[in-house]
Design a protein around this ligand. Structure first.
Ligand code: LLP
Length: 494
């Protein structure tokens, strides 16, 4: 039984995770976690390209996704430039497909196109957004491990530049549909190279036990020694409804180091050369997928795009030289690394509550058995797991700041929680906020551009927030927030 109470020591609360230190300035914005035009104005308020969060709240309400259009465009360009430079002498450049699953609406499709990128989609719905935005089908890819016939027809109607096929059964289905239409589907085959990234690291062991892709491991077909990948290459080359463009892989997400990407590239190039040797099949394209990580919390250290691109290019260059083959045209599919840091979520704080939690006495390291209690403050906001499911789904860590003002109050270990009927409804598990944060203050959570709006739900009949794009000092809704009417519209009332 804890017998004493202790206040959080200035070096940090014992309840905080190891990675979280007390910030020297609670009002500062850690640049790597924020859109490049986020700043505080003279009144201490968070602004994006000069627009204050209180203005945004007045005009659009909270919760609200606030996205910097210029930052999106410059990250898209930076990624494209980095890879194009690194691969220029190898294959003339790289085609960058923005992974729309991370965040998609018609405005974003237009930005992507204007910045010279292409678009990766993963469903008929995402294709509908692409079509509405008017991007040429030739610049669009379709993914998915379970495409419907309707989606395949839609892809062919739109003359898609590539359909990434996930299995032998699907290959035959795509080929047969295209043949019946008197067409050829442009196809990439998604392979599983046995490189599996675990967020900040990767394991180079077979990762066969998952739903995606064609295995490159021998003996993964009925025929002894034959891999599912090889079987599919031979079948694709023989099918009159298929134009086989090349190979694809995607090793995971939120990856910081280049090694996993490089190893996957090497494995696919070796396979590609073997297909060329054995069947005289030339595969002109190789897509190395997405997965490039971003900083959600101060200790996250993603590598600059140029560094990753150089490391990947070095492996492609040396592997092709060793194998004596020309490099295929390379493409990649970044989502999070382009959109993630462009956006913060703006919330209004409501109820707060401080609990006291047992922990070993931090002031008396030698006395291991003596527990005391330390405070943890819960700050509730007007959204939660419905606009950011990532903490619940993946134990994802985020950060937050007091956005509507600065404060000189002492740092207090806080947990930002939502308003849903679940105790797991956490937005930011651990963050130091000023102890005077109170109802009515605005909080901002950076890094919510990817897989937050995209994964949002109407749990507890909360309306999904809108998305505002800020550019050159003006703001506009690019996706409006839902209304109660939207929520009730689908209720048939019978
Ligand atoms: N290409 C393929 C084939 C993918 O499956 C994905 C993501 C990407 C590209 C883009 O990956 P990115 O560069 O954005 O990491 N909901 C999870 C992430 C799921 C990723 C699914 N596939 C999250 O919130 O962390």
């Amino acid at each position: 039984m804890p017998t004493q109470r202790a206040d959080a020591p200035s070096q940090g609360s014992p309840l905080a995770p190891e990675w979280l230190s007390v910030p020297t300035d609670l009002n500062a914005l850690e640049p790597k976690m924020w859109a490049r035009d986020a700043a505080r104005n003279d009144a201490g308020e968070l602004t994006l390209d000069g627009i204050s969060v209180s203005d945004l709240q007045r005009q659009y309400g909270t919760p609200l996704f606030v996205m910097s259009e210029n930052d999106f465009r410059s990250r898209a360009r930076a990624f494209s430039d980095a890879f194009n430079n690194a691969f220029a002498d190898i294959c003339g450049g790289v085609d960058v497909y923005y992974a729309g699953k991370s965040f998609l609406c018609t405005a974003v499709v237009r930005w992507v196109e204007e910045e010279g990128l292409r678009l990766d989609t993963a469903s008929g719905g995402e294709l509908a957004v692409a079509a509405k935005a008017g991007i040429p089908g030739a610049d669009v890819a379709l993914h998915g491990n379970n495409k419907s016939d309707g989606e395949i027809h839609r892809a062919l109607d739109m003359n898609l530049g590539r359909i990434v096929v996930d299995s032998l059964g699907e290959l035959v289905r795509v080929g047969d549909i295209a043949e019946r239409r008197g067409e050829q589907a442009k196809v990439m085959l998604r392979l599983t190279p046995g490189v599996h990234a675990h967020t900040h690291e990767f394991i180079a062991t077979a990762h066969e036990d998952q739903k995606f892709g064609l295995s490159m491991a021998a003996d993964t077909t009925e025929q002894a020694g034959l891999s599912a990948a090889e079987e599919a290459v031979a079948a694709a080359a023989a099918h009159p409804g298929i134009e086989l463009l090349g190979l694809h892989c995607h090793i995971g997400s939120q990856i910081f180091e280049p090694d996993g990407f490089a190893l996957a590239a090497e494995k696919l190039l070796r396979f590609l050369a073997a297909m060329q040797e054995k069947y005289s099949i030339i595969l002109p394209e190789l897509d190395l997928g997405g997965g490039y990580g971003i900083a959600y919390i101060p200790v996250d250290t993603p590598r600059p795009a140029a560094e990753i691109a150089e490391a990947m290019a070095a492996v492609v260059r040396s592997t092709c030289a060793e194998l004596g083959i020309d490099s295929p045209r390379i493409s990649i599919e970044p989502g999070r690394a382009i959109v993630g840091s462009t956006t913060f979520t703006l919330y209004e704080a409501g109820t707060t509550k401080t609990v006291r939690v047992d922990a070993p006495d931090a002031s008396n390291a030698s006395d291991g058995g003596n527990n005391v209690t330390y405070p943890r403050r819960y700050v509730s906001v007007d959204g939660g797991m419905s606009d950011n499911a990532r903490p619940v789904l993946y134990d994802a860590d985020y950060s937050a700041i007091l956005a509507s003002r600065t404060s000189d109050a002492a740092p207090q270990l806080s947990r930002v929680v939502g308003k849903h009927c679940e105790s797991g409804d956490i937005v930011v598990r651990d963050v130091y906020l000023p102890e005077d944060v109170a109802a009515g203050d605005l909080l901002a959570v950076p890094g919510t551009g990817a897989y937050c709006w995209a994964l949002s739900s109407n749990y507890n009949y909360l309306a999904r927030p809108g998305v505002v794009a800020v550019r050159d000092g003006s703001a506009r809704l690019i996706v409006r927030g839902e209304t109660e009417e939207d929520l009730l519209n689908r209720d048939m009332g019978v």
